[in-house]
Each structure stands twice: as structure tokens, then as C-alpha cells.
Design a protein around this ligand. Structure first.
Ligand code: MCA
Ligand code: AMP
Length: 513
């Protein structure tokens, strides 16, 4: 069996000897905590794998999942890996238009959604030819578990090669429509092993898991970290700063996007005593402000370890674990072992240390390409097969990487990515709109907030609030502009290109104070 590169086989091999020890303890919800043992994870994921195995799905079938966070949803992920199919997680905020695109593009054989969205998800899936639609709720109900319960609770992980596809994560990459980043079992396992070493994971660690499990940060970095260490997780269905702080005295590791740290700092219960047992706070997915880094150190005595990654690459760089004072505010640290990282200008000329240019990377963690988009894939790799991240940065003489901006037109709000082009095209299609520009401006809670600037057609009277309300009805809530303005025209340069930098400057104090 040891030549099976199925990621689940490696995770399972790391489970502790005592399978009756607690693997996951739930920490929110009205009721008492639930305790899941390692045996529960193994048996639950086996039953789901056996159910999927019995559906006679084609090789490489995609299983798309849009469910609330629950331990059973994690078992579903593990079950898909075990069965050797391809896991496709979807943000719970996505609405019909967004899901329709993903289903049409990925052509999943199985879709799992929550019971409350079955009406519309089921309808669009059956229309698109999806054969199996199951439900899974965060209270252990739904047709997925009912059906899985009829299957055996033991299963041998399907034989997979390191290069075989394990997951597809939709991201907009540098431009255009959402693209499915194809990650292999080998991509995921090699990165998890590197982080295991780099961050000193131990069997007696206790991870507070408070991130969603439909993106790299919560699904791979956090869950794989704990599973591969055989370490316990305290599991939050949703982030609640007070409830998380109440669990800190029992924990050793926490991971969050910067917004989570900002919200915890706003609570007086966050103290040195509360963090006495903690050994590691990790931040990423969006820039951590130097002031948050400093305030956290001041309040808790701990230095946040910032790292940098992407859906296409999983984790790329990390500040040092030891010594703690080698972690730098404003830097994402050093390339992880096995990752080659270079800075080049827009003509492909390599730059020296301290010079600013495009960040390009290569390594066993870098994805296989975009799902069914060979041209897009080719565009985003250099001739010598470095992936062009679309992030702009520099590397200091001592190897520390700093991200100074993005060449891709991307807004990161509370750790979620928003592509201005998507929002602009929806606004531009509304009656009376001539054109629009969507920009990100500083926001104290979300880091960046989405702002729309809209130009009416001659003679049209536009209501900015009505435009925002219409967007709210059709797209994921985190993409909806926090403010919108109707203006007579957009600022343009002599080439006729919209000067978004001027709009950003104009609105940079909108959410200040
Ligand atoms: C919620 N809202 C937001 C966001 N989240 N607005 C802008 N940006 C957001 N991220 C709005 C909703 O639209 C709603 O507005 C109101 O806030 C309350 O919604 P609710 O769902 O209750 O919000 P919340 O529970 O407080 O969520 C905030 C959050 C969440 C906990 C910060 O956004 C979150 O979990 N973010 C983490 C994202 C993440 O895991 N990213 C990792 C990506 P209204 O009331 O007007 O409707 S992986 C990645 O990037 C790479 C690979 C990496 O390096 O890790
Ligand atoms: P995603 O498409 O969700 O994988 O988001 C990846 C992008 O998030 C990267 O290309 C960066 O722009 C950004 N990102 C991730 N981690 C950091 C970080 N620590 N600092 C700044 N930006 C980050």
C-alpha cells in the first residue's frame, strides 16, 4: 500500500495510535460540544467514500460541495479523497448565477448542498445534467449521511499517483472569469509536509479551527496541519471572536485572516493570560497591517507568523517559526523549502534584491493548470515553467519577501477575493448605466472594501442604493460594494484607460475612523 500517493492514506497514517482519542471537539452552536474521535473520522469518511464508490462515477469525477461548515463536511472532503474523486469546494455565499457557472464549467457528477438551498441548487444541477445531488446540513442531517449510513465503515483508499487530481479550487487568477486551479494529491501532501516541519507541528497541539473550509487556508493549511500531526482541533462552524478567545487557554495553534485578528483585538478578554498555552498564531490570505502585528505582540506577548500563498500554489513563503523575533511585520517571510521564488520585470528580466517586480514561483506545490483552459494556463507560466502569481513584490538581501501590490486587478476583502471586472460587468448590464469602475479602498475591519463608481447614460437618473440592492440579490454578499457613487464621468489617462488609482485615492478615507 505504501506506494499509494492518495493524500488520505498519508493523513490516515498520521492518526495517533489511540483511535478513541478526541480528534475534533465542536465549540459553537447552542448545544453541548460534540466529540469526534479519530475512529469517527476514519469510519465516517469510509462510509462516504463507499457511497461515492457505489455510484459508478467516471474516473476523475468531480464532487462539488456547497455546505455549511461541520465536521461531517470535513469527512465528506476526506471521503472524496479516499474514493479517489476530485473535491470542488464552493463558498456558501455564492448565489444561483455563480453556482450555475461553476457547475457548467466543472461538470460535477455529484453535488452536495445544504437542505435549505436544495430547491434552487438541485434545480440548476439537474438542468445541467448532474446525476446526483445530496444534502448535508450542519446538524448531521441530510440525504448524504442517510445514504452513507447504508455503507460499510471500512475502505481502502483508492490507488492514486502523486500527479492525480485531488481538488479543483475556483479562482479568477490574474484576469477574467473564474478558473479552476487543479491541485494534485502530490501538491497537497508535499505542501502539508513542508508546513508540518516549518511550523513545528506536534501530536499534543490543539488547533482552533475557525476559518471556512471552502478555501485553501481553512481546508488545506489548517485541517491538513492538524490531521498530519495527529493533533486535536477545536472546531468553530463560524468565527466568533469572544468564543474563540474563550478557547485560547486550551489551545496551542490558531490560524486566521487579518480580519480575525483585528476583531479579536477589539475584545478586552484577549490577554497574555488567555494566550499562555499558545505556541503559534498564523496569519495570511491578505496583508497583515504592521499596526495589527504590533498591537497583537503588545497585548498577547506573541508575534504573529505571516505567510503567503494562493489557490494555485498552496503555501509559498513563511516567516520563521524560530526564532520568534525573526518574524517581520510587513514581510511574508522566506520561500518555503522546495519553493523557488524570483522577481522579474514585465519583460521577464530578473531583478536584483530590493528591486520591485512580478513574483514568480516553481515547486512541488504549484498546481497542474486551470481546468480545461490550456491557453490560460500557458499564459500564466513563463517559458521555464515558473508560475506568474500576479503579485508584485521584492526580496531583500537576506531573502525575506515583501508583497507591495498586485498586477492583477483584485480586491481582498476579509480574506475573500473580489474581481472588479465581475462586478463592473454586472453593473454595466443594468438599465441606464453607461460604465462603471470598481475599486478596493482601506477598511478597518475587512482590510479592503469594495467601492463602485458608476456613470449613467445620458439622460438616465441612477440610484446608487438601488444598484447595490440589485447586486445583493444576485451575487455573494462579500462582493457587494460597501459604497457606490454616481458620477458624470470616470477619470481617464491620455490612452483612455480608467485611472483606478485616482478613484482609490479619492475614496481612501471613506471608511477611516
Ligand atoms: C462578511 N461580509 C463581508 C465579508 N464577510 N464583507 C466583505 N468582505 C468579507 N470577507 C459581510 C456580509 O456581506 C454581511 O453584510 C456582513 O458582513 C455579515 O456577514 P457574516 O457572514 O455574518 O460575516 P462574518 O461571519 O462576520 O464574516 C466575516 C469573516 C469572513 C469571518 C471575516 O469573511 C471570513 O471567514 N473570512 C475568511 C475568508 C478566508 O478564509 N479566506 C481564505 C482564502 P450584509 O449584512 O450587508 O449582508 S484562501 C487564500 O486566500 C489563500 C490561498 C491564502 O493565502 O490563504
Ligand atoms: P486566492 O486566490 O484566494 O488563492 O488568493 C491568493 C492571493 O491572496 C495572493 O495572490 C495574494 O495576492 C493574496 N495573499 C495571500 N496571502 C497574503 C499575505 N500574507 N499578504 C498579502 N497578500 C496575500
Amino acid at each position: 500500500m505504501n506506494d499509494n500517493a492518495n493524500l488520505y492514506a498519508a493523513l490516515r497514517a498520521a492518526f495517533p495510535a489511540d483511535l478513541d482519542a478526541t480528534a475534533i471537539e465542536t465549540a459553537d452552536g447552542a448545544g453541548a460540544p460534540l466529540y469526534y474521535t479519530w475512529r469517527d473520522l476514519d469510519r465516517g469518511s469510509a462510509m462516504i467514500a463507499n457511497l461515492l464508490g457505489a455510484l459508478e462515477l467516471p474516473e476523475g469525477a468531480r464532487v462539488a460541495v456547497q455546505t455549511d461548515k461541520s465536521v461531517e463536511a470535513l469527512m465528506l472532503y476526506l471521503g472524496v479523497l479516499r474514493a479517489g474523486f476530485v473535491y470542488l469546494p464552493l463558498n456558501t455565499a455564492y448565489q444561483a448565477g455563480e453556482i450555475e457557472y461553476f457547475v457548467g464549467n466543472a461538470e460535477p457528477s455529484v453535488v452536495v448542498c445544504s437542505g435549505r438551498s436544495f430547491g434552487w441548487v438541485g434545480k440548476l444541477c439537474f438542468k445541467a445534467g448532474v446525476r446526483h445531488v445530496f444534502t448535508l446540513n450542519d446538524d448531521r442531517s441530510g440525504s448524504l449521511l442517510e445514504r452513507a449510513a447504508m455503507h460499510a465503515d471500512a475502505q481502502v483508499p483508492a490507488r492514486r499517483r502523486a500527479d492525480d487530481l485531488a481538488a479543483i479550487l475556483y479562482t479568477s487568477g490574474t484576469t477574467g472569469r473564474s478558473k479552476g486551479a487543479m491541485l494534485s494529491h502530490g501538491n497537497l501532501l508535499s505542501n502539508a509536509r513542508v508546513l508540518h516541519e516549518a511550523w513545528g507541528w506536534r501530536g499534543d497541539d490543539v488547533l482552533i479551527h475557525a476559518l471556512p473550509i471552502f478555501h485553501v487556508h481553512g481546508l488545506f493549511v489548517a485541517s491538513h496541519g492538524a490531521l498530519l500531526a495527529g493533533a486535536k482541533m477545536i472546531w468553530f462552524g463560524r468565527f466568533d471572536p469572544r468564543a474563540v478567545i474563550a478557547q485560547l487557554p486550551r489551545a496551542t495553534v490558531f490560524m486566521g485572516v487579518p480580519t480575525l485578528y483585528v476583531r479579536m483585538l477589539a475584545e478586552s478578554a484577549l490577554t497574555r493570560e488567555a494566550c499562555a498555552r499558545m505556541r503559534l498564531f498564523v496569519a495570511g490570505s491578505a496583508p497583515l497591517l504592521a499596526e495589527t502585528f504590533a498591537a497583537w505582540r503588545e497585548r498577547t506577548g506573541h508575534t504573529i507568523l505571516e505567510r503567503y500563498g494562493m489557490s494555485e500554489t498552496i503555501m509559498l513563503t513563511s516567516n520563521p517559526y524560530r526564532p520568534e523575533d525573526a518574524r517581520r511585520a510587513g514581510s511574508v517571510g522566506l520561500p518555503l523549502p522546495g519553493v523557488q521564488l524570483r522577481i522579474r520585470d514585465d519583460k521577464g528580466v530578473p531583478l536584483r534584491s530590493g528591486e520591485i517586480g512580478g513574483i514568480e514561483v516553481k515547486g512541488p506545490n504549484v498546481f497542474k493548470g486551470y481546468w480545461r483552459m490550456p491557453e490560460k494556463t500557458a499564459e500564466e507560466f513563463s517559458a521555464d515553467l515558473f508560475f506568474k502569481t500576479g503579485d508584485v513584490g521584492k526580496v531583500d538581501a537576506d531573502g525575506y519577501v515583501t508583497i507591495v501590490g498586485r498586477s492583477k486587478d483584485l480586491i481582498i476583502s476579509g480574506g475573500y477575493n473580489v474581481y472588479p471586472a465581475e462586478i463592473e460587468s454586472l453593473i454595466n448590464d443594468m438599465p441606464g448605466v453607461a460604465e462603471s469602475a470598481v475599486v478596493g479602498v482601506p477598511h478597518p475591519d475587512f482590510g479592503e472594501a469594495v467601492v463602485a463608481v458608476i456613470v449613467p447614460k445620458p439622460g438616465a437618473a441612477l440610484d446608487a442604493d438601488a444598484i447595490v440592492a440589485a447586486l445583493k440579490a444576485s451575487i455573494a454578499n462579500f462582493k457587494v460594494p460597501k459604497a457606490a457613487f454616481v458620477v458624470p464621468e470616470l477619470p481617464r489617462n491620455t490612452m483612455g484607460k480608467v485611472q483606478k488609482n485616482l478613484l482609490r485615492t479619492q475614496h481612501e478615507r471613506l471608511f477611516a475612523g
